[in-house]
Design a protein around this ligand. Structure first.
Ligand code: SAM
Length: 222
């Protein structure tokens, strides 16, 4: 799976995507990350990417053309490993917007199994000129009912959740855990500790050795 990330701030991804499971997925080429900065696609010698909104209103809006050009470049980059002629590239474009359709784990599974390339368009300021949606056929996606400063966190959420669905990204145990969208309560050592005069103990059933009862307890604690 290749993610093409159209962002003014590619460096914001370094920290999260280069560690742990995702860092390993990149190293093992299970996922590829291709960054495109809309500033590199500006005509303006000052590389200005935003302008005032038509009709007035607060803030600035990201211009359409630099983003459309970045998207066009992402959509023509040839595969590193060539696909057989008969196989068509399956590409999806997402544009992040707080007003978009809510992203779910079902989407993550669907994207992982039905697409080869996902283009993620990240907004900043007061958002992106709507003509980008018309030109690229992007789907508007939101990651929740709140407003973020930019789409970069949303991109990382989508990359993380989609990558987990790709075969070989998770270890065997993690894959089993993936079957559950929400996990039961979990505990680890020590069996008990004290904090501010109160004792915190692991539920007795978990140290009882009764596997059937433990499973029942886990199902109940979901
Ligand atoms: N009023 C603007 C709008 O509705 O698009 C707010 C823009 S917000 C400050 C800047 C960018 O952050 C958006 O263009 C979008 O890409 C991203 N963003 C903000 N909240 C988001 C959310 N809940 N889900 C996905 N992306 C979000």
């Amino acid at each position: 799976m290749r993610f093409h990330i159209i962002t003014l701030f590619p460096e914001t991804f370094d920290c999260y995507l280069s560690h742990s499971i995702l860092g390993r997925a990149v190293a093992n080429k299970k996922i590829e990350l291709n960054f495109l900065n809309p500033r590199d696609f500006c005509d303006d010698p000052h590389r200005r990417i935003d302008d005032k909104p038509y009709g007035g209103g607060p803030g600035m809006v990201m211009k359409a053309l630099p983003i459309i050009r970045a998207w066009e470049k992402a959509s023509v980059i040839p595969f590193r490993e060539k696909l057989p002629f008969t196989k068509k590239r399956r590409m999806k474009t997402i544009l992040f917007s707080p007003g978009g359709r809510k992203f779910t784990n079902e989407d993550a599974k669907h994207f992982a199994h039905h697409f080869d390339d996902i283009i993620l368009i990240n907004g900043r300021y007061e958002g992106i000129d709507h003509r980008v949606v018309e030109a690229t056929g992007a789907e508007l996606i939101s990651i929740g009912n709140y407003v973020l400063t930019g789409g970069e966190l949303a991109s990382m959420v989508v990359i993380d959740s989609v990558a987990r669905q790709i075969e070989g990204v998770l270890g065997t145990y993690e894959s089993l855990e993936e079957e559950r969208v929400s996990s039961h309560e979990v505990y680890t050592r020590p069996e008990q500790f004290h904090f501010k005069g109160r004792e915190y103990a692991v539920p007795k059933i978990l140290v009882s050795g009764h596997h059937k009862k433990i499973e029942e307890w886990r199902a109940f604690s979901l």
